[in-house]
Ligand binder design. Sequence first.
Ligand SMILES: [Fe+2]
Length: 268
Amino acid sequence: MKQEQLNDIKLKFTEYVRAFKYRVPDWKKNIGLKEIHSWKVSKEITTLGLSIGLDRDDLLLAEAIGLLHDIGRFEQYIKYSTFSDADSVNHGEFGAEILERSSILNFIESRDRHIIFDCISHHNALTVPSHLCERSIFFLSLLRDADKLDIYRVVTEHYQNREVAGNKVVERDLEDSEHISDSAINSIFSHNAIKYNELCSLNDFKLLQLSWVFDINHDKTAQLILQREYLQMIRATLPNNQRIDSAFSYVYSILESKSKLEPGRSIA
Ligand SMILES: [Fe+2]
């Protein structure tokens, strides 16, 4: 992708989102949250791309993919008043449909369009479908990491400001009790990502966020999570007990090994 093409996508994305602003009460907390997330993911994916030496054209393509990955979120919220896919639509596939009928990719060559469509459709799948082409799988590995990095920012900021300006949309209306499901703990020890439809409490959701570590693809992502101490921030909001301690230590050790840094050492 070339710089002019990316500039055109950025302009059209901004116009697209502007049409949704002010159409819902509290737009800053939902539409605004996703708009900021989109720009942040486009920055994170560039950082990851640079860390592995992507060439200029591929960096620009990655940036576009990061910006557009949640394009389905805006119409999803307007139509269904929720970000829960289970209660509305699969926002990845929905986003690809929206992109198809929009003019956002009008000036993009088909070889890039096809990667963008694959990435948007599958960025939120539990696992990446193996039938995709190698290049789509590669860009998806970057996108899924960049997306997690920024969702860690969103949820940890939320947990820290919850009492003052907590946005319940982030918590998906889950019950804030002491409850922790055995299935959530078991998923962690069996090295499986916890599924959204298994969540019974806010604590389960926090464990799900810890379990994203299993699906991290790039060293740099693991290093940034360590450096920003996202896991510790989530741990601090969970109950203090042996089960949580063990689950946390397990996930943390996986993260350290994925970072390819010596245990106990963070990067400057
Ligand atoms: Fe998404």
